[in-house]
Design a protein around this ligand. Structure first.
Ligand code: URA
Length: 437
């Protein structure tokens, strides 16, 4: 080690002074190599969580974490390659619908995606509900799929941003997950390591989002965009609503079915709207479409079945059985389905979407510990959502039970505990709140 004085750096950051770029770079480099112990990194994380970071510090942190591992720079290999990232929500299957849809429009899209986190579902977990689907591709297989089909989704390989893997594990146990610069650097180091030409961010807001308050979601969107400055990847963000589950299905196998339904033109309108808005941005950012032609192309590829056909080829290319598209019984099936009925007439005025997500996790659709095994058949179908009129006794949801035994009456009571009913319809809220770039 050179004259780098960890103690001094920590002391200054604790007092609120910004770190110099060289200090951040060295801290990350030494920590990744094991030359700074966890307790000193924990101290830095806490100082950052409390005092924040300037935009310049946050950008250097992102770059340092990204440089801790492989940089794929896929934008150097293709005329244009897109990426998309969601900050996470309940029933968010947008990446699954968007990938083959965009690829069917002639735009390559690749994603190094994540698993479920907290109350939110994970794209990879959902894909693994498809028999045979391989969500752990090597880089050559990732690129083969990208070349042959035009879309691919896989887990981030060991070589991508190893600093984030170590730091994330530490944040998880030191109460430093919810920090804007740390979240930004964590997300963007992985995204920028893949090195797409353009990245569309879906920043969720509302009760089912990590950032519940609008101003926090907006700050996150701006921070994520700022972190990409000068990286070579152009970034735009849409702030979309997560104050209600997206679509009807929340779980894994049920979200795969909903994905196919949207690609067949029958899926829930909200999933289609949110996906279309992001797909439009991807197409426009490619420079090959303007807004009008992008929307025409998206409509054409959906109606002609080209997007669905692309999904078929994509699933097969990643080792999955494409027959699931025509035969949903090939997917894991719930053992039992419980109906939840409206206890009164009126309107559903609010679904606490965080609670809805935790409920789904508790059914087995997500993990509470890293080594938990997912029950792919478990989940919820939200037949009615906020704003819908209901009569007493109407079925408002179906709880899909997988292999794990549950107390059924407790489940329906718990479900109703996070749904609010009222006599008047709540104010209608848009699904797409804002477009930032
Ligand atoms: N997703 C990430 O990858 N990192 C975070 O810190 C939060 C969400």
């Amino acid at each position: 080690m050179n004259d780098f004085n960890v103690y001094e750096v920590l002391n200054r950051k604790r007092r609120g002074a910004p770190m110099e770029s060289r200090e951040i770079e060295q801290f990350i480099d030494l920590y990744t190599r094991g030359d700074i112990p966890d307790y000193q990194m924990s101290a830095l994380l806490m100082a950052v969580a409390i005092n924040g970071m300037t935009t310049a510090e946050m950008a250097t942190l992102t770059q340092s974490m990204l440089r801790s591992g492989e940089q794929w720079r896929l934008r150097d290999e293709y005329d244009f390659i897109a990426d998309k990232h969601s900050t996470g929500g309940v029933g968010d299957k947008v990446s699954l619908v968007l990938s083959p849809w965009v690829a069917a429009c002639g735009i390559r899209i690749g994603m190094l995606s994540g698993r479920g986190l907290g109350h939110t579902g994970g794209t990879l977990d959902k894909l693994e509900a498809i028999p045979g689907f391989n969500a752990r591709l090597s880089r050559p297989d990732f690129e083969r799929c990208l070349k042959d089909v035009g879309c691919v989704i896989s887990t981030s390989t060991e070589g991508i941003a190893p600093a984030d893997k170590k730091i994330y594990a530490l944040r998880d146990v030191t109460g430093t997950v919810e920090s804007l610069p740390l979240i930004t650097a964590s997300i963007m180091s992985k995204k920028l390591a893949m090195g797409a030409s353009a990245l569309v961010l879906d920043v969720k807001t509302g009760s089912g989002a990590f950032m519940r308050l609008y101003q926090d979601s907006r700050a996150l969107a701006l921070s994520l965009i700022a972190a990409a400055e000068g990286s070579g990847t152009r970034v735009e963000a849409l702030i979309t609503d997560m104050d209600r589950p997206l679509g009807v299905a929340a779980g894994n196998a049920n979200e795969i079915i909903e994905t196919f339904e949207v690609l067949k033109g029958h899926g829930p309108a909200d999933v289609q709207e949110v996906t279309r808005a992001q797909a439009e941005r991807v197409l426009v950012m490619s420079g090959r479409f303007d807004e009008k032609s992008a929307n025409l192309k998206l409509a054409e590829t959906l109606e002609s079945g080209a997007a669905l056909e692309c999904a078929r080829r994509w699933i097969a290319a990643q080792g999955g059985d494409p027959a699931v598209i025509d035969d949903y019984s090939l997917l894991p099936q719930p053992r039992k389905v419980l109906e939840v009925k409206a206890p009164q007439s009126g309107y559903i005025t609010f679904i606490d979407t965080y609670q809805a997500g935790m409920f789904t996790v508790d059914l087995g659709a997500g993990r509470k510990r890293a080594d938990d095994v997912i029950d792919y058949a478990a989940g919820v179908l939200f037949d009615r959502k906020s704003g819908d009129a209901v009569a007493s006794g109407d079925v408002i949801a179906r709880i899909q039970l997988g292999d794990r035994a549950r107390h059924q009456s407790e489940l329906t009571a718990r479900f109703l505990s996070f749904v609010t009913f009222g006599d008047e319809a709540p104010e209608a809220k848009p699904l797409i709140h804002e477009h930032l770039k």
